[in-house]
Design a protein around this ligand. Structure first.
Ligand SMILES: [Zn+2]
Length: 89
């Protein structure tokens, strides 16, 4: 692998001070290797590409980690993370 942005991200993942299972999950998410329904369908596994939590179509890595209602609850409810959308008046 070349020393581009991708390898910098991977180095950050592997050098993070987090438990190993978190590193593995982050690496799998970055490599688009999480067993989402979208990835299973891509690998010819007979599942419907629907989120098991919210029922939304297209369970991708982005959906699971960012767009799903459960992910939003975790990020914005439980962890107290706020995003400045620039629309404050
Ligand atoms: Zn969902």
């Amino acid at each position: 692998m070349s020393d581009d942005g991708s390898s910098k991200v991977l180095r950050k993942i592997w050098n993070a001070c987090v438990p190993g299972k978190v590193m593995i999950c982050a690496w799998r998410a970055y490599m688009n290797a999480l067993p989402t329904h979208g990835n299973l369908v891509r690998r010819m596994v007979a599942v419907e590409n629907v989120c098991g939590i919210c029922g939304g179509y297209g369970e991708s890595t982005e959906h699971v980690l960012r767009d799903c209602s459960l992910a939003k609850t975790v990020w914005f409810g439980g962890l107290g993370i706020r995003v400045d959308d620039g629309n404050h008046t």
